[in-house]
Ligand binder design. Structure first.
Ligand code: SF4
Length: 285
């Protein structure tokens, strides 16, 4: 299997190790407000890195993140990774201000912007287009599945069509798009997961992240699991599915991640997802 992995891609582009520093711009998520309960797997942190405290500025987060991540991986170049909640859920002016603040931090050579496919109004896409010309930028878009019955089960609040349209609108402006998808949803058979993955890579995304369904404490999914345990995907099944997904992947796509980032203290199940090194070794052996 000869596919491009994110670290190698960044190293070939910038000539050295580049580390993403996760950031929380404090924007919340439209799917968690206005009467929506959020996605079934989402907790109150919206996937923010555990060291980020409420109220920290982007610069303070970059200082802390570069000490932790830069030190651990000996990196001197960084991607400012706007990760928590829905990071386009703000005015274009506000987005420009945080991008400028991040880009003025020593070592930051690019931006990654994580969002929902229905949180991309035209004026926000314009800002993303502007910064993708000014610096290296990619947008991370959660599809999670291309199966509408699964999207409904997850409470995503958008359809697969909305994801496809969002990819097209960003690609029309030459903005790089990285999709997220989950394997192991109890609403899907193995074949449905692969069919969903096939539709996902056909949308025109430039790369992707895959992870298994995680049950995190204090989420609707954790409460459901406690009331009635779900059948969760096993490590062997997940590895087999990911290997088949990689075989379906066009060579030019960049694989950003094949395992989830999960905080052990917040994880309810499945515990095997913590064995990241073993999972990756077995996927590529
Ligand atoms: S879109 Fe993201 S932040 Fe919003 S509810 Fe879903 S997982 Fe949470």
């Amino acid at each position: 299997m000869k596919h491009i992995l994110l670290n190698a891609h960044l190293r070939s582009k910038f000539g050295e190790r580049v580390q993403r520093i996760p950031l929380d711009p404090g924007f919340n998520c439209p799917n968690r407000i206005s009467g929506n309960n959020g996605c079934i797997f989402c907790d109150e942190t919206g996937s923010a890195a555990p060291w980020i405290k409420k109220g920290m500025s982007i610069t303070e987060q970059l200082v802390k993140g570069s000490q932790l991540m830069g030190g651990r991986y000996k990196a001197k170049k960084y991607i400012a990774y706007f990760q928590a909640f829905t990071t386009t859920n703000a005015s274009p002016d506000k987005l420009e201000r945080i991008y400028e603040e991040a880009l003025s931090f020593p070592g930051v050579i690019g931006l990654a912007v994580s969002t929902r496919p229905d949180a991309l109004p035209d004026d926000v896409i314009k800002v993303l287009e502007k910064y993708s010309r000014k610096t290296y930028l990619w947008v991370e878009l959660g599809a999670q599945s291309m199966n509408d019955k699964s999207l409904e089960w997850m409470g995503r609040g958008h359809s697969s069509k909305v994801f496809t349209q969002a990819v097209r609108r960003l690609k029309d402006k030459d903005v790089e798009v990285i999709g997220h998808i989950i394997f192991g949803l109890p609403t899907e058979t193995e074949q449905e997961m692969l069919d969903s993955f096939g539709q996902f890579i056909d949308t025109g995304i430039d790369g992707y992240k895959i992870h298994a369904l995680h049950i995190i404490k204090n989420t609707p999914l954790a409460r459901l699991y406690e009331a009635q345990p779900l059948k969760l995907i096993q490590m062997d099944e997940y590895i087999d599915l990911v290997r088949r997904a990689i075989n379906m992947t066009p060579q030019k796509m960049v694989i950003h991640s094949l395992t989830g980032e999960v905080d052990e203290k917040r994880l309810v199940a499945p515990k095997w997802v913590l064995k990241k090194d073993e999972i990756l070794r077995r996927i590529f052996e």
